[in-house]
Design a protein around this ligand. Structure first.
Ligand SMILES: NC(=O)c1ccc[n+]([C@@H]2O[C@H](COP(=O)([O-])OP(=O)(O)OC[C@H]3O[C@@H](n4cnc5c(N)ncnc54)[C@H](OP(=O)(O)O)[C@@H]3O)[C@@H](O)[C@H]2O)c1
Length: 277
C-alpha cells in the first residue's frame, strides 16, 4: 500500500471534473480520473498525460451499483481507502425534452449516484479524509416552497429518507403533479437541494467519528462554469468561469489541511459558507 494520498473524482472525463483532476494531479497523490465511458475516460487521461500529468483512469458509472462497488473494492484492495472523494458526476438536462422524460435518469445519476458514492466510499475515508459533493447554490431551502421543507429536514431525516423523497419527486414530475405540489419547474433545483441535504445528514451522522478522525464532509457550489452542461441554460455566460478557474475553490475545499474543523456539513461557494435556509 502506498503512502501517497488517494484522490477520486467522478464524472471526470470533461467539464469541471476534468479540471478538478488536472489540479489535484499537482499534489503528491494518486488521482483517479473516473468516467462511465472507457473511450472518453481514456481520451481525457491521455489529454492530461500530454500535459505532463499522471492521472489513474478507472471506469465508474454512478448509476450502476456494481460499478460503484467494484471501484470501491479496487480502492480498498490497492490503497486501503481514499483521502479525497469528489462526487461530481451529473447527467445533463435538455431544454428540448420534457422534464417527465428526463427526471428519472437525472435523479438517478445526481442524487442516487451521490448516495451510492456515499455508501461505498464514506466507510473508506482515511483519517484526514475529505468527502465533497459538487452541488449548487440552488441547493438551498430558499429555492423551495415552504410546503416541501419537511422533506429536507436535515436535523431529523436519514439519507434513505432523502432517497425516498427524491423518488417521490420523480413520480410527481412524471405524473404531472409536481408544480401543483410546489416543486420548481427546473428539475436541477430539487436535485441540488437533495444533494446538499444528503451531505448535511451524512455530516450529522458522522459527527463524532469525523471529529476524532479529522474528516470533513461538505457540498460545494463551483459558481457558473462554462461547460457544455450549463451553456444551454444561461443566456449570458459572460460571468461564467472556465472549468480550470472554477476548480480552484473546489480543490481548496477538498484539500483543506489537517486539523481543519470547518466548514463541516456546509454548502460552500467561493470559500464561503452559504446559508441552508
Ligand atoms: N456548469 C455549471 O455552471 C455548474 C454550476 C453549478 C454546479 N455544477 C455542477 O458541477 C458538476 C459538473 O458539471 P459540469 O458542468 O462539468 O457538467 P458536464 O460537463 O456535463 O460533466 C458531467 C460529467 O459527469 C459525467 N457523467 C454523467 N453521467 C454519469 C454516470 N452515470 N456515471 C459517471 N459519470 C457520469 C459525464 O460523463 P459523459 O461525458 O460520459 O456524459 C461528464 O463527465 C455537476 O454536478 C454540476 O451539477 C455545474
Amino acid at each position: 500500500m502506498s503512502a501517497e494520498k488517494i484522490m477520486i473524482v467522478t464524472g471526470a472525463n470533461q467539464g469541471l471534473g476534468l479540471a478538478l483532476v488536472r489540479q489535484l494531479c499537482q499534489q503528491p497523490a494518486i488521482v483517479y480520473l473516473t468516467a462511465r465511458d472507457a473511450a472518453r475516460g481514456q481520451a481525457a487521461t491521455e489529454q492530461l498525460q500530454q500535459e505532463g500529468l499522471q492521472p489513474a483512469f478507472h471506469l465508474l458509472d454512478v448509476t450502476d451499483d456494481q460499478s460503484v462497488q467494484d471501484f470501491a473494492t479496487h480502492i480498498h484492495q490497492q490503497h486501503g481507502g481514499a483521502d479525497v472523494v469528489i462526487s461530481n458526476a451529473a447527467a445533463r438536462i435538455s431544454r428540448d425534452v420534457a422534464p417527465a422524460e428526463q427526471v428519472a435518469n437525472f435523479i438517478n445519476t445526481n442524487n442516487h449516484g451521490t448516495y451510492r458514492m456515499v455508501r461505498a466510499f464514506a466507510p473508506l475515508l482515511k483519517d484526514g479524509g475529505r468527502f465533497l459533493v459538487v452541488a449548487s447554490s440552488f441547493g438551498r431551502l430558499r429555492h423551495l416552497d415552504t410546503r416541501l421543507h419537511p422533506k429536507f429536514e436535515v436535523s431529523r431525516l436519514s439519507l434513505e429518507d432523502i432517497e425516498h423523497n427524491m423518488d417521490e419527486y420523480v413520480a410527481a414530475v412524471q405524473s404531472g403533479t409536481a408544480v401543483e405540489q410546489g416543486w420548481p419547474e427546473w428539475i436541477n433545483i430539487p436535485s441540488k437541494i437533495g444533494q446538499v441535504a444528503s451531505m448535511k445528514i451524512l455530516a450529522r451522522e458522522m459527527t463524532d467519528e469525523a471529529r476524532q478522525r479529522d474528516i470533513l464532509i461538505n457540498a460545494v457550489c463551483p459558481g457558473l462554469v462554462d461547460t457544455e452542461a450549463s451553456r444551454p441554460w444561461f443566456a449570458d455566460m459572460s460571468a461564467a468561469k472556465s472549468p480550470d478557474e472554477a476548480a480552484q475553490d473546489v480543490v481548496w475545499l477538498a484539500t483543506l489541511p489537517p486539523q481543519t474543523t470547518a466548514p463541516y456539513g456546509e454548502l460552500v461557494q467561493y470559500r464561503r459558507v452559504l446559508r441552508w435556509e
